[in-house]
Design a binder for this molecule. Sequence first.
Ligand SMILES: Nc1ncnc2c1ncn2[C@@H]1O[C@H](COP(=O)(O)OP(=O)(O)OP(=O)(O)O)[C@@H](O)[C@H]1O
Ligand SMILES: [Mg+2]
Length: 412
Amino acid sequence: MTSSGGDMADTSLATQASGAAPKTPDKTAGATPKLAMRLTNLTKTYPGNTTPAVDNLSLDVADGEIVTLLGPSGCGKTTTLRMAAGLEVPDEGDIYFGDTAVVMTSKSLCLPPNKRDMGIVFQSYAIWPHMTVAQNVAFPLKSRKFPRSQIKDRVAHALELVGMAGYEDRPGPLLSGGQQQRVAFARALITEPRVLLLDEPFSNLDAKLRERMRIRVKRLQKELNIAFLFVTHDQVEALSLSTRIALMESGVVQQQGSPRLLYESPANEFVRDFIGKTLLFRGRVSAGDPSGRLAIALDGAKDCVVYGQTYETGGLEPGAEVYIGVRPEDVEVEPAEGDQVPPGMMEGKLDTALFVGERIEYQVAVEGQGIIDIYGERHQPIDEGRKVWLKLRAEGHTAWRSDRAHDLEDSL
Ligand SMILES: Nc1ncnc2c1ncn2[C@@H]1O[C@H](COP(=O)(O)OP(=O)(O)OP(=O)(O)O)[C@@H](O)[C@H]1O
Ligand SMILES: [Mg+2]
């Protein structure tokens, strides 16, 4: 399927609909993006529940940003999105779309969904089966009494944007899951909303299609400069698509920031363990500075010191036992050559090797550490039972007082 969306010069949905007032995205070089949506101190407890589904959540989404609500099942992502959409009324808090307040609980203000400048895409697509593709996409314009003469052009352009041009007359049920998803996107975009709300829009698609949809959404977002509030529990989706991520647990945002910030500088152990994989090595602080940067000597290794950052309140004193959080890609493994472990390296014995396609996952019994999972290069496989040397990247790790649920296993 082809999309004419590759032409970046003319992407406003309105520009092809004669007479419609185009909303020109503010793409002035260097201009600070304007706030598209602001959620302030939102709290919601469902009737009959004792704990809030969402607890004092604040979040800004600027024009052209993809902000993602990420977190485990039941952490309050959908509830937040539904409050933004006007499908759920918060107990406390305010919501602004641009400068317009749509919710102010202190003044009992709560505007209905059709009075909010947004489009929404659900996990279930919600394509109407008795309508054609064009009728589905045109529906929001018709219900807003948009002039008939302009609807056809707008529908055609929206379908082009999502790569579904030519499917206008196809009945809704005769589409694949991925095609239905794109029709749902076109329908949500047709009114040119300032904010697009997406609740797990790819979770019913297979892995390949999800990847393609991710790229398509990223392109769409660049072209249209719309603000996206995106809900997912898939961390790869969140890391690859987001300008910022708000990671939630039990209704509370644990950390907000760029994907890189959450991956490299997790604020707490929940964030560390939720985003990506973390290996925990034991060590002892040998020196530290007031900013929380530490030199840590690894247990069981001579002359093996790495640098990391602690986010523990009060820092960590020299001599303190710590767990060093290391990302798997920051450890190299190689077969041992001789008996002398080179400085800066650790010794281990390769217990198990699992070929998983793009890499080999080794379980290595590391001197003074227990069993640790290490990723190895697929082109240089190492035999089970061999003595190996491990080299940790010198810096960029995190240091933690406890190992939380992430226990190092001493034996298999
Ligand atoms: N209509 C409802 N009535 C009562 N409790 C609800 C209702 N909807 C959600 N909840 C509860 O609120 C909490 C948050 O639910 P929510 O649907 O927002 O989670 P979520 O993060 O979207 O989860 P998932 O990833 O499974 O979709 C959960 O404990 C859920 O059981
Ligand atoms: Mg949900």
